[in-house]
Design a protein around this ligand. Sequence first.
Ligand code: PMV
Length: 322
Amino acid sequence: MRSITVSAPGKLMLLGEHSVVYNRPCIVTAVGQRMFVTVEKTKDEFFELNAPDVNVRDYRRPISETGNGEIEKGAKFAELAVANFINKFPIAGGLKMKTKSEFSSQFGFGSSSASTVCVIKALSELFNKGLSDKQIFDLAYKTVLDIQGKGSGFDVAAAVFGGTLYFWTGGKIIKPLSIKHLPLIVGYSGVKADTVTLINQVKEKADKYPQVIEGIYDQIQILVDEGKKALLKKDWESLGEIMNFNQGYLASLGVSTKKLADIIYAARENGAYGAKLSGAGGGDCMICLAPEEKIKSVKKAIEDAGGKVIEIKANEEGVRVE
Ligand code: PMV
């Protein structure tokens, strides 16, 4: 039977995490380590999945039951994506699927969202539905919300559209920023963070100190808009400074950690223009920008502070058929 392979990029948040959950903008870039999903039609009416990167092997259930009852953890996003697709576009027969990632699900590069996007794009191609990028975004974002309950959808947008995006909560605005190159350095903190837990922690603070937290979100929004201008002018020095401001606000939201701060300070002290955590915080990655001649010393400083440098290409292509 005909099979199709689709790939989508991971993502890194440049500016605006957390505030983007609350009707505000952010800037996200797609990273060139990709998620691959291969889908094949089958005659029997089962959904089969192999996703060895997340320990799912020979997972199999009746296709009519996808999305219902207890779902194995590593299978959730792929299975719910299938359920949401066939709910809209009923299919005959079954599906066999396998996923393969170029990056570890530990880094916080958005592997769940990237695989959700791949599944929906692959099904759209396999069943000739011709879904537009925005339709793929909407269905994939719905899938992520069905599972997580919360999230702005910025990671889904990065996986679908690629490049570097100015993104507003829920996809109200998804605007590609036309840049060619983004010299990001990425350091992994060695700690896996849980996005929903961190969103909830910030929510508790917002419930207790609504004006303070709203004020911080407003400031972050200004930084996102300033950052967008600096990015378009390739003014890495200003963008670095804006990252530093943003990191300060994230620390005051309580989502930075000692480990992240150590790596961030090490990068700054060794010549980075600016450095901040990227994503929900609590762990995952930090990002920084540095002048060409300082890149080596900044990378060494990140490693010396206990981080792991991850080589990525930013501004990568969105979802595509391989
Ligand atoms: O933890 P990550 O990398 O998925 O980033 C989360 C960013 C948040 O703004 C906290 C959540 C969101 O969906 O925008």
